[in-house]
Design a protein around this ligand. Structure first.
Ligand code: NYM
Length: 218
């Protein structure tokens, strides 16, 4: 359909465990959006290229230590520093596809079971970030994820941690009830997952141009 001049782009977030196929699916989604002759932008968090991203990368690879609180806030800062760029793209009418976001930020930190970091505490620094129009949660059991060639060498890539993260994702999404979350069985074959993601995107796109202002996470 014709896009109104003031229509903003959609903000779409893809979330899930390590090895759930997020990055592959983001690329397939972007390719299909581009195929409709629409402009899109792909963003991945953590963005390891920035100053905060380099600190996060060193932490994840085991080359630097950080307190649980400090690394949590660095992950959040790594999103906050990207906000103006995301808003500019959305206002230009581009679809923005985001690979991990505040939801990963909250559940990976909460899964550490640090008694001073409740789920609420972990969510707090991301309050005010642009709110996605659609969250695609690629759900896979930690057992099935582990079968996909095994986890890597980074921090958090252990099955016990992943099982906690999965439970916390479900808990967090059940609590954020004004959020548009679509859970997709990521244990299905690649193309079936891609088809379901595409259907969810089409539903959003066919609902018509977005003229209202973007909301924020609360
Ligand atoms: N991660 C990712 C967090 O702990 N907090 C965050 O805010 C984000 C965005 O970083 N195991 C974790 C999840 C992953 C790790 O992500 C690196 P990726 O998508 O593998 O680069």
């Amino acid at each position: 359909g014709e896009k109104g001049k003031n229509a903003r782009g959609h903000l779409i977030v893809v979330e899930g465990l390590d090895r759930s196929g997020k990055t592959t699916q983001c690329h397939m989604l972007c390719e299909d959006i581009g195929g409709l002759d629409k402009e899109f932008k792909y963003i991945k968090f953590p963005d390891r290229t920035t100053a905060t991203g380099q600190m996060i990368n060193a932490y994840l690879q085991g080359n630097a230590e950080q307190s649980d609180q400090a690394i949590h806030l660095l992950f959040s800062a790594n999103r906050w520093e990207a906000v103006q760029g995301i808003l500019n793209d959305l206002r230009a009418g581009h679809t923005v596809v985001v690979d991990r976001y505040a939801f990963s930020g909250t559940v990976y930190s909460a899964a550490k079971d640090n008694p001073s970091m409740s789920l609420e505490w972990c969510w707090n620094p991301d309050i005010g970030l642009p709110k996605p129009d659609l969250v695609l949660f690629l759900d896979i059991s930690s057992e099935d994820a582990a079968k996909r060639g095994g986890y890597g060498e980074e921090r958090y890539e252990k099955q016990e941690m992943q099982a906690k993260v999965r439970a916390l994702f479900k808990h967090l999404f059940s609590r954020l009830n004004d959020l548009n979350v679509k859970t997709i069985n990521a244990g299905l074959p690649l193309q079936e997952v891609a088809d379901q993601i595409w259907q969810a995107y089409k539903n959003l796109d066919e609902a018509g141009p977005l003229t209202e202002d973007l909301q924020v996470l609360s």
